[in-house]
Design a protein around this ligand. Structure first.
Ligand SMILES: C[S@@+](CC[C@H](N)C(=O)[O-])C[C@H]1O[C@@H](n2cnc3c(N)ncnc32)[C@H](O)[C@@H]1O
Length: 450
């Protein structure tokens, strides 16, 4: 394993300001726990019968570190052996995994300036490592990816006698979609280090230091080929790549560098390599905000894909697919280069349908579904990354009372042309399509539809 010591030199990326993040539920939960701990500490200061924070947490930490490998492996046992989801059981397993991993992270000697460092790179938002730790608790996402990655590894091994190389770029401080699976393999021997080589990549030195500490604590070194601290878009493999596992996005495939990283790896992996997720599909849907985000979840319906109302109850109208990110798509290069700093990816052009009266202030929603591998999928609302993203700038059939710069006033019958911004904070941009006669002369787009 390379990069064993945190004291090694890491690339010095310039720190920049970033917009506030849309906090997923798990992150809010963690912030609440932090607030509770702070409140608990001030209470402890005034109550000298309680143990100090340092005494109590050190005991808990050493216990959890000893059993971390077992904690990870037993969570994966549940994930792989149950085709139905026992949510309370699995959530408690993931929470325990998170606690164990987080105690290793807290004990690793990582300067706070690196843990909290957040910036916008050439390709997208780089979240602070402190904000990335909670993804371990995201139930449906962790479950679908662990299952998908396991089946992809088994399939690849069935096709070759050679050791396979799996690369996990933008893996974060815990590599949550893979490391628990490695602990499971180590325990039951289903896949051995002689069959599987893993490269972990993250741009954040704090994430790399955390990965090193977690791998030491779980004794998973024999599976690890390298841990690399680099912008994933600059990584060049030293051995051929058989499987890529990538999840670097927020809802509506926004903000993080999923598409730039995916395109880079599509060009450096073996032609027959598996790319996970196999497909990310983004659809444009017209909905009604109150129904979509409030009413359909009333009566204590947990907010997740399986509980979504189906049309006509949800009052949605499908416009069509804006973009399908597949291995074939990743090989194409249809970028529209506006200047040296600005690239747009042209996506679909779709017509706004006639709307029924009930759709007061219709909302344009970008709805994401993710096919991880085979049958393992993430549906809308299953995870923060598949929550529908409203495009609040698009005003369909109404004029806003408080018009804002950037508002796009459109009507039923108009055609919307979608683009994907590849620079700054990546994400979809909606425009009114040029009329057919003006279209080709104006932008010089090679293909109108993807
Ligand atoms: C949300 S976190 C963890 C995501 C992780 N894949 C998971 O499943 O939990 C995103 C991580 O991706 C890393 N990252 C984002 N863009 C990157 C890039 N261009 N190159 C390398 N790492 C990147 C960040 O540093 C951060 O640690």
């Amino acid at each position: 394993m390379s990069n064993q010591n945190f004291s090694q030199n890491f690339p010095d990326y310039q720190q920049d300001s970033a917009e506030p993040l849309i906090a997923p539920d798990a992150m809010n939960d963690t912030l609440r726990q932090q607030l509770e701990r702070i409140a608990g500490q001030s209470k402890a200061k005034t109550d000298n019968t309680l143990p100090t924070k340092t005494e109590s947490t050190t005991v808990t930490k050493s216990l959890k570190t000893q059993t971390l490998s077992h904690i990870l492996q037993s969570g994966v046992d549940i994930i792989l052996s149950h085709s139905n989801i026992d949510k309370p059981l699995l959530q408690s397993k993931l929470d325990t995994m998170y606690e164990g991993l987080n105690s290793v992270y807290e004990q690793a000697d990582i300067p706070s300036s690196l843990r909290t460092r957040q910036f916008i790179s050439k390709h997208g938002l780089i979240m602070s490592t402190n904000h990335c730790v909670t993804t371990q608790r995201d139930l449906f996402r962790v479950r679908s990816f662990i299952r998908g990655v396991h089946h992809a590894i088994k399939k690849k091994l069935s096709q070759t006698d050679n050791k396979i190389h799996l690369v996990y770029p933008a893996c974060g401080p815990f590599a949550p979609l893979l490391l628990p699976l490695l602990a499971h393999y180590q325990h039951n021997g289903e896949v051995s280090p002689e069959q599987l080589n893993v490269t972990l990549i993250d741009i954040q030195p704090a994430a790399v230091a955390s990965l090193q500490a977690v791998i030491r604590a779980t004794h998973l070194q024999s599976f690890i080929h390298k841990i690399v601290c680099i912008d994933a878009c600059d990584y060049q493999p030293d051995i051929p790549i058989d499987i890529i596992v990538l999840e670097a996005m927020q809802h509506g495939v926004s903000r993080e560098a999923f598409i730039p990283i995916a395109r880079h790896f599509a060009n450096v992996m073996k032609p027959d390599a598996f790319f996970l997720p196999e497909k990310v599909s983004v659809r444009a849907v017209i909905g009604v905000g109150q129904r979509e985000f409030v009413e359909q979840w009333q009566n204590q319906r947990p907010v997740e894909g399986g509980n979504m109302l189906t049309p006509p109850n949800i009052h949605r109208i499908e416009m069509g697919e804006v973009l399908a990110i597949t291995p074939q798509f990743l090989q194409l290069n249809q970028d529209l280069i506006l200047d040296e700093h600005t690239r747009l990816l042209p996506c679909a052009e779709l017509c706004i349908p006639t709307l029924i009266d009930e759709q007061d202030k219709p909302l344009l929603l970008l709805c994401t579904t993710i096919n991880v591998y085979g049958e393992d999928t993430l549906n809308e609302y299953d995870s923060g990354i598949t929550h529908p993203l409203p495009d609040m700038q698009v005003c369909i059939n109404f004029k806003p009372k408080d018009a804002k710069p950037g508002d796009l006033l459109v009507n039923s019958g108009d055609r919307l042309k979608f683009y994907y911004r590849l620079n700054g904070l990546p994400g979809f941009m909606t425009t009114l399509a040029a009329s057919p006669s003006a279209k080709n002369s104006k932008l010089g787009v090679e293909n109108e539809r993807i």
